[in-house]
Design a protein around this ligand. Structure first.
Ligand SMILES: [Fe+2]
Length: 236
């Protein structure tokens, strides 16, 4: 019998409000709202919604890769193949968003890249809710799901909020680079938010700081240890 999607289960069935599945589903619903909001936007409005999507999905996925997927590989015999497929989706999201950051506002490739991004994000949610999580549910009891929920929540709060395509999708690379990249990303988020409301003569200074931080993040990403652990399909 195929296990039921976590999309169709009650909070009680999923292990209670603090279960990792309930927390995951809440984020996935928020993502769905943002993807609808993104639809039909252009220019600065599109940028704004994309940044909110980035802030939601990158920390969400990074914490999955550091905390949840290692558990799946430990408890399911086919956990390696199952998680590798989702890691490839995450890798593609990292690459698409990195590329979007380099494309100008009226670049013709933009619309196509955004359409693909939306498609991969939706596929990723379906793979987790319909395949990966129901399988994990068969292997763990409710108490373990609540414990995992707390671990994932903590990891999510200290995970990067921007794309880092060259960092390993698996430990140890992601685990060691997660905290420094998170600090840099979250500082950039604050600087960028400040720039949006700053007087015109201050804004260029803020943009320069944000750019400098992006350069530092690039160095952290390329440290050999940050790249250790990747399997060939997600290695860059
Ligand atoms: Fe997820």
């Amino acid at each position: 019998m195929t296990p039921r999607s976590i999309a169709d289960q009650t909070v009680e069935e999923l292990g209670g409000p603090s279960s990792v599945f309930v927390r995951q589903r809440r984020d996935h619903e928020e993502l769905d709202r943002l993807l609808h909001e993104l639809d039909g936007t252009t220019g600065r409005e599109q940028e704004r919604v994309l940044r909110r999507i980035d802030q939601l999905v990158f920390s969400h996925a990074f914490a999955e890769e550091t905390v949840l997927w290692p558990v799946i590989r430990r408890v399911l015999p086919d956990g390696d193949a199952l998680t590798l497929q989702v890691e490839e989706e995450h890798q593609e999201v990292n690459e698409l968003v990195s590329e979007l950051e380099t494309l100008g506002a009226d670049d013709p490739r933009r619309a196509q890249r955004i359409a693909r991004l939306v498609e991969v994000l939706r596929e990723d949610v379906r793979d987790e809710e319909d395949v990966l999580f129901p399988r994990l549910q068969q292997a763990l009891d409710a108490q373990a799901l609540r414990r995992l929920g707390l671990q994932w929540e903590v990891a999510r709060r200290v995970s990067p909020t921007r794309p880092h395509p060259t960092v390993s999708r698996r430990p140890p690379g992601n685990a060691v680079s997660g905290l420094p990249l998170s600090l840099i990303d979250r500082t950039r988020d604050l600087v960028d938010a400040g720039v949006q409301h700053a007087p015109e003569r201050i804004a260029p200074a803020g943009e320069a700081v944000s750019k400098a931080l992006a350069t530092v993040a690039g160095w952290v990403e390329r440290v050999p240890l940050a790249r250790r652990g990747d399997r060939p399909p997600t290695s860059r």
